[in-house]
Design a protein around this ligand. Structure first.
Ligand SMILES: NC(=O)c1ccc[n+]([C@@H]2O[C@H](COP(=O)([O-])OP(=O)(O)OC[C@H]3O[C@@H](n4cnc5c(N)ncnc54)[C@H](O)[C@@H]3O)[C@@H](O)[C@H]2O)c1
Ligand SMILES: [Zn+2]
Length: 684
């Protein structure tokens, strides 16, 4: 390579790396895999060492990847938050070990192994046992102050108990637990929102949100893995971790001390498969020299410590041929393209299908039918197509033309500004949408007619007994008893006959009857108004009190409701402008389904004097019934719980209270108040 070529290539690589870094750290998105990204960096570093004259001072090989944003205050880190050297090869680890041995000049040493959690690094500062600040890594020198958002993470203690140093910093990884990630995505899919791409990017995007109530709903978690401070008195990293754990922080129990690099390799092999059973996505392991003095001796490079390194597991991938693409239509009409592949073995299972997300993704990959493609299985259950092997592309292949009509009903598809997915707008007659909406209506969180399985619903649709969820309320026992229908078995690839027995028919009729008592907010959620999830339905029901007021609400009055934005408001208005929807609601009304809030259930807020306070009520009272007392507490912002623990704030004690409760509360030092004292508190 001539110096000119090298200079040009260094420039190109730098631009490419900066582009992907910006996407990843600023916009919480990735267009290439971590492995491909890391390869770009390796290539750049190699060129820079061969042609040091072209190495820029601010080269991505020399600095930590992120930056700060304008939306938050920036905070300068007391101790810089660096990156970690990383490798995908065991030989590199052995080389790392040789460097450590050399640096420590014959001393013995041991390693502390941890998993590398795939989330966002956080630095937490505590003063006198109280959380003062939570800051992101940013550019390593300064980060974003996201304290308010971090406080919504339940496993980050706001106040520590017992003896802790007057001031210290603890670092860890905030992450989206896989289960929570799946829950949030299922909810998003259910109400027609685009899906979050992966837990790491979603965690990063979430922590940078301006509205911490949304952050709170996402239920992020955090594992701590680093303690810093002046004169803390610990000799090793493992002592630090034991201390951090004893102060009530969440430390993953997966760590292990190893006395040699062979032991480290064994740890790596041990976790290669097992890590998929953890509640969090991991992309490798981190090894740290355990002794803190030795860490000091080894020191840092510009970008990372010399006493630690991460080993990253390579996502398992395979190559196969893209045979065709099918388009699936969901409940809200959103269309998802799925790749049908020649069967290939990947991470122990045969893969035939892979997700393609949307039209942009197909375009980005420049996919063509007949292409040889790479498929990868990360932490996700559904594998994805990551790239095309262009060397094997057939000369006569043509770019894929995305469908313009619904594969299920032929209606022209639409795609709204700013949305990733195409939609079929034929909501009332497109079969998967009709079926999906009924399933949505009967789910447990909505009206809860759980004896009706998806197969039976298909049977009812096949027999033209229903065409939407309101029709369920006209079904009779005689119609259901002995009902015959066919279901398609994926396994056998053919239809089989089914029929309903009298017992199931009776159960279904009973469940439908019971569902008439379900409160309005759950019915409202069940209606399946796009973007109206469970929480939004609760807000709307509490505010408008009945379906008629909601149906008449103007755009202005909708957005005046807490947490209701433009998009939801437009969607609600559009829903009630549809004649068919009005007819459906009338049928529900005729059937006796709850379309207004139950007035006796409404608690009128009086004050917030009991905010964050918990109460246990015990015994008999003279001025209030127990229910009234409970309502009073709630109306003043408090919470009633059932059992006495250290965390309890007040025990409201009436007559004839059990002696054991009283004793427990006394020993735990809980405030015990009488009915009179309670009345005084709320009257003050
Ligand atoms: N796909 C893309 O487009 C793209 C773009 C930029 C960066 N990336 C990826 O992001 C990473 C960037 O590297 P980086 O500088 O952020 O460093 P890094 O993520 O490789 O390593 C440092 C980070 O590891 C995390 N970590 C997790 N568990 C830890 C533990 N037990 N102990 C210590 N740290 C732990 C911390 O957040 C720390 O900041 C690389 O993995 C890279 O592949 C991907
Ligand atoms: Zn359709």
């Amino acid at each position: 390579m001539t110096p000119d070529q090298a200079q040009e290539q260094i420039k190109q690589l730098t631009d490419q790396i900066n582009y992907h870094s910006d996407l990843y750290y600023q916009k919480s998105k990735s267009e290439i895999s971590d492995f491909d990204f890391d390869q770009l960096l390796v290539k750049l570093a190699a060129l820079e060492s061969e042609f040091p004259q072209f190495k820029a001072e601010d080269s991505p090989t020399q600095r930590v990847g992120g930056t700060i944003t304008k939306e938050f205050d920036s905070v300068i880190h007391k101790y810089p938050m660096l990156s970690l050297g990383n490798t995908y090869s065991e030989e590199d680890l052995i080389e790392f070990d040789n460097r450590v041995a050399k640096g420590l000049e014959g001393q013995t040493y041991e390693y502390f192994c941890e998993l590398k959690f795939d989330g966002v690094a956080l630095s937490l500062t505590y003063e006198d046992g109280v959380l003062k600040r939570a800051v992101t890594r940013g550019d390593g020198t300064q980060g974003d102050d996201i304290t308010t958002n971090a406080k919504t993470i339940r496993s980050i203690p706001l106040k520590l108990k017992g003896e802790v140093p007057a001031e210290f910093e603890v670092r860890g990884e905030a992450f989206f637990p896989i289960k929570e990630f799946q829950r949030v995505n299922a909810e998003r899919e259910d109400i027609g929102l685009d899906l979050l791409a992966n837990p790491r990017n979603a965690a990063s995007g979430t922590l940078k949100m301006q509205d911490s109530s949304v952050v709170s709903q996402r239920r992020l978690d955090c594992f701590l893995y680093y303690l810093l401070g002046e004169n803390l008195g610990y000799q090793t990293h493992s002592e630090c971790m034991a201390a951090v754990e004893s102060w009530g922080f969440n430390v993953s129990p997966t760590y292990s001390k190893r006395s040699s690099i062979q032991g480290v390799l064994a740890y790596i092999h041990e976790w290669e498969e097992k890590r998929h059973t953890l509640p969090v996505e991991t992309d490798g392991i981190v090894i740290k020299v355990n002794d803190l003095n030795q860490q000091d001796q080894l020191g840092f490079t510009a970008k990372s410590p010399r006493w630690a390194i991460s080993y990253k597991y390579k996502a398992e991938s395979a190559t196969t041929v893209l045979e065709s693409i099918t388009y699936q239509v969901g409940r809200t009409g959103s269309v998802t393209p799925v790749a049908n592949l020649s069967p290939v073995l990947l991470a122990g299972t045969t893969v035939k299908r892979a997700s393609l997300h949307n039209a942009d993704q197909i375009e980005r990959l420049d996919l063509r039918i007949g292409d040889t493609v790479f498929v990868e299985k990360g932490g996700e259950i559904i594998p994805k197509v990551t790239a095309v092997n262009l060397d094997l592309r057939k000369t006569d292949s043509e770019p894929i033309v995305y469908i313009t009509e619904c594969p299920e009903c032929g209606t022209p598809l639409v795609r709204q500004e700013g949305e990733a997915n195409h939609y079929c707008p034929n909501a009332d007659a497109c079969p998967p949408q009709v079926l999906g909406r009924i399933e949505h209506f009967i789910q447990r969180k909505a009206v809860d007619i759980d004896s009706l399985g998806p197969e039976t619903i298909r049977g009812l649709l096949q027999n033209n007994l229903i065409s939407n969820y309101a029709d369920l309320y006209s079904l009779t026992f005689d119609q259901l008893n002995g009902l015959e229908f066919r279901i398609f078995s994926d396994k056998k690839g053919e239809y089989t006959a089914r029929s309903l027995r009298d017992k199931s028919a009776g159960n279904i009729i009973k469940a439908i009857e019971v569902s008439k008592k379900v409160p309005f907010e759950r019915v409202l959620f069940g209606l399946g108004i796009r973007f109206v999830g469970k929480t939004v339905a609760e807000k709307l029901a509490a505010h408008f009190q009945n379906i008629d007021a909601l149906g008449l609400a103007s755009f202005e009055s909708l957005i005046a409701v807490d947490e209701i934005g433009d998009r939801i408001a437009h969607s609600v208005i559009a829903f009630f402008q549809n004649e068919e929807h009005i007819k459906t609601i009338e049928k529900l009304r005729q059937a006796g389904v709850q379309l207004k809030t139950d007035q006796s259930q409404i608690i009128v807020p009086e004050s917030n004097i009991f905010a964050d306070k918990t109460f246990v009520i015990s015994g008999v009272f003279t001025q209030f019934s127990r229910d009234e007392l409970q309502e009073k507490i709630k109306a003043n912002g408090g919470k009633v719980i059932s059992s006495i623990s250290k965390k309890l704030d007040y025990l409201v004690a009436g007559d004839k209270m059990g002696p054991s409760k009283l004793e427990k509360a006394t020993t735990l030092g809980i405030k015990i108040i009488s009915e009179e004292e309670f009345i005084q508190m709320i009257n003050n």
